[in-house]
Design a protein around this ligand. Structure first.
Ligand code: NAP
Length: 703
């Protein structure tokens, strides 16, 4: 095959760089021009200093250079009718006509089309009258989805949480003229993971590409303002092949047929912005071109010659279904600090020459040898891997090579697919407590009295006061009898021991808890051992501890018991797994290790004298950290896929509550992880309540 084709790519962002990169792999393509291109594209194509909307200039250029095929990237060029103009001039071009582009540019056109051809999407109504729109929205449940009916540079969609937000958005869309004169489509709010399904489309012929998922928000954890996209990946684990087939048949192919029936056949890329809702896959929006940043992760997987596909679609001729590599890709966008708001330009970017993954330029320029930022989104690093985790590790390693103070990137691309899911101790504790509340009501009916708990506090330690009040309040809320006994800071030990003796003998009391720590004049051991073992709801009594280690029935300490419940929530079978416990205190580390051993885990216990903690934690299928120091465990110390339980409760430099584990770093590798707060803490109190109920039942049923 001779390489004699000349191709002109219209556009200049990362998407066009990926198109140019794919074309450069074609054995038929001799020369690639890109108008206007960018600093990175310039290494693979000849940049042409023409604007992407300068249709006459581009036409003249294509004629002069004898261009065989023109490929259009951005929406601006399509919406000014570049395809119609090239076709009228007898030039071959890949992209939709102005009439077909309406599937993206007019939300109402797309909605009417989907309605008419039964393509699954959210229910909607459209309005041009402000008051009518407001009345309709106000009478329906919130949130409401409001879409300006026209191109609005990604800013024409508002999810209004309440009537005030809806009114403000409708005012700006329909009254203030910020978007121009237009209509507003009001849609039902759908929930579920979103994904992008792109296909080359020529009339009724549809050539699907691999699925991808974009990350719209600026910051980790999907926080911050909406952007053009901060990263994307392929190989979505939450979309099954059945889902994909459904979307292909009932959405992409159905839409291609519908557009033919409407007399405006597609001849370019159709991008379905789809959502997997509880009621099936539905269309959120259609885009009539390559998506950015999805193109940058999808096209590197193309094995077939992209020139063949572009040429066939542009000529209206059937092509073979393209072949895609059986791998996944993941890409992370480097953006200027401040983006999507205002940001400085012209910052020097160093280190790109040592990047071995794909590097697509989005907003860069050259100044002699120097590479400078020139846009909000600056570049995207894309790596291929055997799986998402592999691709992600590679991308983040490559990003380390690039240095520029003025840029930032998200650290959590693909978190929908990979990140440790949260072990939500707050929710689990609430559901356990709800179960206990019902159980307690039944027990009262059966035995004629309620379980009862006494909580003793000595002194006025503010943190201890919060804890005891919380315990007493929770017990009362669950329907137990609870008493709070307060003793002075200087109370002698024998007074406390006498009080415990009285409570031990009180037949109406089932649980006794003495809040630790105690003032200096009181010995903790004496106090714990003075509590009747059958009322020792904390499980700290020497006989309870002995029974725990001998594997006999006993009262299990609350925090370790809660930790095991959280691990069970993850669904992990502990049999034969390696569990590493960091910390060896009597109240957390040691009992947790014993409970894990009882579940047939192989347990290692680490402490302050452990040498090379990282090599140990990296072996942990389950990692329990109870040290009491921030960042004792960092992300790189976590084995990929591990279940991570963070017991620590610390205050960081800003005074915020945090655990012992670097949550953001660890979450990137863990399969499940507890947050702090909201993880182990709430479970401790639920287990205290459960222990009290168990002590009550044991006492009532004792012969
Ligand atoms: P602790 O009695 O102070 O024990 C800390 C343990 O960490 C010790 O075994 C110590 O080793 C070990 N350690 C210290 N530095 C270490 C290091 N650099 N590497 C490895 N191990 C190290 O603490 P604790 O009572 O178990 O509590 C631990 C944390 O959990 C605290 O933040 C506490 O507030 C929290 N906590 C939370 C709850 C809850 O309900 N959420 C309940 C209890 C505790 P050595 O034995 O060698 O000194």
């Amino acid at each position: 095959m001779t390489a004699d084709k000349k191709v002109l790519v219209v556009g200049g962002g990362g998407r066009c760089h990926a198109i140019v990169d794919a074309l450069s792999r074609s054995p038929q393509v001799a020369r690639i021009y890109c108008a206007p291109g960018n600093a990175g594209i310039g290494a693979q194509a000849e940049n042409v200093p023409l604007k992407d909307t300068d249709v006459q200039g581009l036409l003249a250029f294509a004629r002069e250079q004898g261009i065989d095929l023109t490929v259009v990237g951005p929406e601006a060029a399509l919406s000014v009718g570049i395809v119609d103009a090239f076709r009228a001039a007898g030039l071959k071009i890949f992209g939709h006509t102005q009439a077909a582009t309406r599937i993206e540019s007019s939300k109402e056109f797309a909605k009417i089309l989907m309605d008419k051809y039964r393509i699954p999407t959210a229910g909607y109504r459209s309005f041009d009258d402000f008051q009518a729109a407001l009345d309709y929205v106000s009478a329906r449940p919130f949130p409401a989805v409001l879409k300006y009916d026209g191109l609005a540079a990604g800013k024409g969609v508002v999810i209004a949480a309440d009537a005030a937000e809806a009114e403000a958005a409708l005012r700006s869309m329909l009254l203030d003229g910020s978007f121009g004169k237009g209509r507003v489509v009001v849609e039902d709010f759908l929930t579920g993971p979103e994904f992008s399904f792109l296909a080359f489309v020529d009339g009724e012929r549809v050539y699907p590409m691999p699925l991808a998922q974009d990350h719209k928000r600026a910051f980790d954890g999907d926080r911050g303002p909406n952007t053009g996209g901060m990263g994307a990946y392929t190989g979505l684990p939450f979309i099954t092949e059945e889902d994909r087939q459904f979307a292909l048949k009932h959405i992409l192919e159905a839409t291609a047929r519908a557009m033919c029936a409407e007399g405006c056949p597609l001849s370019g890329v159709l991008y379905g912005g789809l959502m997997k809702t509880p009621d099936g896959i539905k269309v959120i929006e259609f885009i009539a071109r390559f998506g950015d940043p999805e193109t940058e992760v999808v096209l590197p997987l193309l094995q077939s010659d992209i020139y063949d596909i572009f040429e066939a679609v542009a000529s209206g001729r059937a092509a073979a279904q393209p072949c895609w590599r059986d791998a996944v890709t993941l890409g992370v966008v480097l953006a200027s600090k401040g983006y999507p708001g205002s940001y400085p330009k012209g910052a020097e970017i160093r280190g790109t020459e040592s990047v071995t993954a794909k590097l697509y330029h989005m907003g860069t320029k050259r100044d002699g040898d120097r590479l400078l930022s020139s846009g909000g989104r600056v570049m995207m690093v894309v790596a291929e891997g055997a799986d998402i985790r592999d691709a992600r590790e590679k991308v983040y390693a490559e990003l380390e090579k690039i240095s520029c103070e003025a840029l930032f990137y998200r650290r959590d691309i693909a978190h929908w697919a990979l990140d440790g899911r949260l072990l939500d101790g707050k929710a689990l504790s609430a559901s356990i407590q709800e179960g206990l509340r019902e159980r307690i009501a039944g027990l009262e009916a059966k035995y004629g009295r309620k379980p009862s708990l006494a909580v003793i506090i000595v002194g006025s330690n503010p943190a201890s006061q919060v804890y005891v009040r919380n315990k007493v309040r929770t017990a009362t809320r669950l329907g137990m009898d609870s008493r709070l006994i307060t003793m002075a800071e200087d109370a002698p030990e024998e007074v406390l021991l006498r009080m415990i003796g009285d409570l031990n003998r009180d037949p109406s009391l089932d649980g006794i808890l003495v809040q630790l720590p105690l003032p200096k004049q009181i010995c903790e051991e004496h106090v714990i051992d003075a509590i009747a073992r059958e009322k020792d709801v904390d499980g700290f009594h020497i006989l309870n501890v002995g029974d725990l280690w001998l594997g006999r029935p006993c009262i299990v300490p609350c925090t370790p018991k809660g930790i095991l419940r959280l691990i069970d929530e993850s669904g992990l079978d502990l049999n034969g797994k390696h569990a590493v416990v960091v910390g060896r205190s009597n109240i957390v580390g040691k009992p947790v290790a014993k409970l894990l051993l009882d579940r047939n885990a192989t347990v290692s216990i680490a402490h302050s004298r452990t040498k090379d903690l990282k090599s140990l934690t990296l072996q942990a299928d389950v990692l329990v950290v109870a040290v009491g120091r921030e960042n004792v465990v960092t992300g790189d110390m976590v084995k990929p896929g591990a279940v991570v339980i963070d017991v620590g409760m610390n205050r960081n430099a800003e005074g915020r509550l945090c655990g012992d584990v670097d949550f953001v770093g660890a979450r990137l590798r863990a399969s499940w992880i507890t947050p702090v707060p909201g993880g182990v803490g709430p479970m401790t109190i639920a287990m205290l309540m459960e222990n009290t109920v168990e002590c009550f039942i044991a006492r009532m049923e004792r012969p």
